[in-house]
Write a protein that binds this ligand. Structure first.
Ligand code: RFL
Ligand code: PHB
Length: 394
């Protein structure tokens, strides 16, 4: 088999890349280890930046998103029993974000791929990448007990944090930066109306909580929990009880609880790989970097990696130019580090850290006080939350 671009991973990064390349008439095959249903069952991101919305439109998969997604112009922060609204739209000259679940976005991309008759191999096992330091890379895999080889011009590693592509890069050529946080997020999805029409980020003495949503009838809530907690310890009732304790009176009065549809614990990590290109293999999305979810940046950074990569590959074929390929890694990393910094900062601000002393609590309090009472402070958080434009300066 031969293709121009072998894409490893059919998460949002791989599927979006496949779509953008197909629009430009470039062939790609996607190899995915799991089944399509499994990919759709992972409940993850919920917030799309404008840049990401624009990319989905460009890929031709934005129709349902615009119909069903909820546009948000602000969010609330709850601290010390008081709520403070960050007026994103007002503070950024009219920018919003969109509430639209990663599951839905992935489903839209999958359907567009199927409709266009583009090839995706699900349950591709033992995927291995070869010779990406030459002009003739290839990928091998097994499916239903048979072995296959794909020859290609480029390999796109869109295979997430536990994928094979980053792991196959020569150790001497790679630098990894990592910070693991001493807690996780316990998430619960339920078919209940959200407690508030906008998101609420909560810093309470019992730890962080987040009230998010997927629609006007579906809620997504998170609680900061110790890393040692097991999901079996958290009945739905225990979750709701703990959430109530972290909310304010208004939140407690309005909270509607119900049976969970999904419940899981995710660890929090900041992680960056440098570089993101190894010869003819590129990393994109979670394969190259992870942020703690507090800033809602992971999927958005993945989408912009994919945009830079698709432009670079299109320029290679259409303009015979390698300039985009050569600058891919540096271009992505500049944006990624900005997202990493914000996500780390917002995580530090909103969580209770084990072993924190009295002075750490006062620093947090003073910083929140600054954000709530200074327009410059509020604008800093708003500007970062709505995200950078695709071609940001500085
Ligand atoms: P994915 O989604 O992990 O997809 C990678 C795919 O590659 C496959 N794969 C392989 N296939 C073949 N062979 C192999 N050897 C393979 N190894 C792996 C996997 O099965 C998988 O299908 O990475 P991708 O596409 O880069 O997408 C990244 C996003 O999923 C991620 O950044 C976001 O979910 C992060 N995130 C959020 N991002 C936002 O922008 N806004 C949010 O509001 C937000 N909330 C979140 C989040 C992530 C969370 N968790 C669980 C970490 C909330 C949470 C709780
Ligand atoms: C979500 O809805 O899953 C979500 C929203 C905002 C975040 C993280 C996760 O910061």
């Amino acid at each position: 088999m031969r293709t121009q671009v072998a894409i490893i991973g059919a998460g949002p990064s791989g599927l979006l890349l496949g779509q953008l390349l197909a629009k430009a008439g470039i062939d790609a095959i996607i190899l995915e280890r799991q089944t399509g249903d499994y990919v759709l069952s992972r409940i993850r991101a919920g917030i799309l930046e404008q840049v990401c919305i624009d990319l989905l439109d460009e890929a031709g998969v934005g129709v349902r998103m615009h119909r069903e997604g909820l546009v948000h112009g602000g969010f609330e922060m709850l601290y010390n029993g008081q709520r403070h609204r960050i007026d994103m739209k007002g503070l950024t000259g009219g920018k919003n974000v969109m509430v639209y679940g990663q599951t839905e976005l992935t489903r839209d991309l999958m359907e567009a791929r199927t409709q266009a008759g583009l090839p995706t191999v699900y349950q591709a096992l033992n995927v291995a990448v070869h010779d990406f330091d030459t002009q003739k890379p290839s990928v091998t895999y097994e499916k239903d007990g048979e072995s296959f080889k794909i020859e290609c011009d480029f390999i796109a590693g869109c295979d997430g944090f536990h994928g094979v592509c980053r792991a196959s890069a020569p150790r001497s050529a790679i630098t990894e930066f990592e910070k693991v946080y001493p807690f996780g997020w316990l998430g619960l999805l339920s078919d209940t109306p959200p407690v508030h029409h906008e998101l609420i980020y909560v810093n309470s003495p019992r730890g962080f909580a987040l009230c998010s949503q997927r629609s006007q009838t579906r809620s997504r809530y998170y609680l900061q929990v110790p890393l040692t907690d097991m999901i079996e310890q958290w009945s739905d009732e225990a979750f709701w009880q703990e959430l109530r304790l972290r909310l304010d009176d208004e939140g407690r009065a309005r909270l509607i609880t119900g049976q969970s549809i999904e419940k899981s614990i995710a660890p929090l990590r900041s992680f960056v790989t440098e570089p993101m290109r190894f010869g003819r293999m590129f990393l994109a999305g979670d394969a190259g970097h992870i942020v703690p979810p507090t800033g809602a940046k992971g999927l958005n950074l993945a989408a912009t990696d994919v945009k830079y990569l698709s432009n670079a590959i299109i320029d290679y074929y259409q303009e015979s130019s390698e300039a985009g390929i050569d600058s891919y890694s540096a271009r992505c990393l500049k944006r990624i580090w900005r997202g990493e910094r914000f996500s780390w900062w917002f995580t530090q601000l909103m969580h209770r850290f084990p072993g924190d002393d009295a002075i750490a609590a006062r620093f947090q309090q003073a910083e929140l006080d600054y954000l709530f009472n200074s327009e410059a402070g509020a604008r800093t958080i708003a500007e970062n939350y709505v995200g950078l434009p695709l071609d940001f300066g500085g």
